[in-house]
Write a protein that binds this ligand. Structure first.
Ligand SMILES: *[C@@H]1O[C@H](CO)[C@@H](O)[C@H](O)[C@H]1NC(C)=O
Ligand SMILES: *[C@@H]1O[C@H](CO)[C@@H](O)[C@H](O)[C@H]1NC(C)=O
Ligand SMILES: *[C@@H]1O[C@H](CO)[C@@H](O)[C@H](O)[C@H]1NC(C)=O
Ligand SMILES: *[C@@H]1O[C@H](CO)[C@@H](O)[C@H](O)[C@H]1NC(C)=O
Length: 194
């Protein structure tokens, strides 16, 4: 009794899993400030861009989109020090095409300021914190690095790279999803052959 439904269903699940994979691979686009007129002065309040950022969840693979009038504005990707000081001169990555996309490829903090120091001082600046897909440290997130408390050269096993563990697990996640779906589809086919 071979009804047509068991023959169709593996194809259905393959298509479903392809759709799932596509949706997992694609990050979200975030227009900075929530609308296209946000990267400019005057701001609603000096902190309005960071208030906006705090209400969002940024993940690896997402994209920030800065939309602005490039005859009056630009965007500098800076370090924290230059961010705090509104320092517009330095070894910065500068965007000035009016529609700038910045791909968030790793977890951590990213600092942006206006290329105009005066505008930065009026609040045209942004910190985006990108979450890692899973907790970096199990249970001990706020404990200080152990190596700082050990001036003696004894335990050489403690490498100084303790804080550089930037998890980039999206690839692993991707592979495990593929493997999971593969075994799922395999089970479906075996089940239907029986
Ligand atoms: C950009 O700014 C310049 C100078 O203020 C202005 O003349 C121009 O109309 C603006 N362009 C747009 C698209 O708003
Ligand atoms: C500027 O920064 C880039 C990476 O962000 C680095 O490779 C380069 O060496 C830096 N240049 C100077 C002069 O610091
Ligand atoms: C400014 O924006 C206009 C229109 O979006 C673009 O044609 C131009 O190349 C931009 N200028 C620079 C310096 O990128
Ligand atoms: C954290 O890791 C240790 C071993 O490294 C494990 O025994 C413990 O159960 C883990 N705690 C949590 C909350 O996962």
């Amino acid at each position: 009794m071979a009804s047509s439904l068991p023959i169709v269903s593996p194809i259905f699940f393959i298509m479903l899993s392809l759709l799932l994979l596509i949706s997992l691979c694609e990050g979200f686009d975030f227009v900075v400030g929530g609308n296209k007129d946000s990267w400019k002065v005057p701001l609603q309040s000096p902190d309005s861009l960071n208030h906006w950022a705090e209400t969002q969840r940024f993940r690896i693979g997402d994209t920030l989109v800065f939309k602005y009038n490039n005859s009056t504005e630009s965007v500098h990707l800076v370090n924290e020090e230059d961010y705090l000081a509104c320092k517009t001169l330095g070894n910065h990555t500068i965007f000035n095409d009016g529609h700038s996309k910045f791909h968030l490829m790793e977890s951590g903090s990213f600092h942006f300021i206006s290329g105009s120091q005066g505008h930065c001082q009026m609040g045209l600046k942004l910190v985006v914190v990108v979450m890692s897909p899973r907790p970096a440290v199990n249970g001990t997130v706020h404990s200080p690095p152990i190596s700082l408390a050990l001036p003696s050269p004894g335990p050489s096993a403690l490498s100084p790279s303790i804080n550089q563990a930037v998890p980039r697990t999206s690839g692993n996640e991707f592979i495990s999803v593929i493997m999971g779906l593969g075994s799922f589809i395999g089970h479906m086919i075996i089940f239907e052959l029986m």
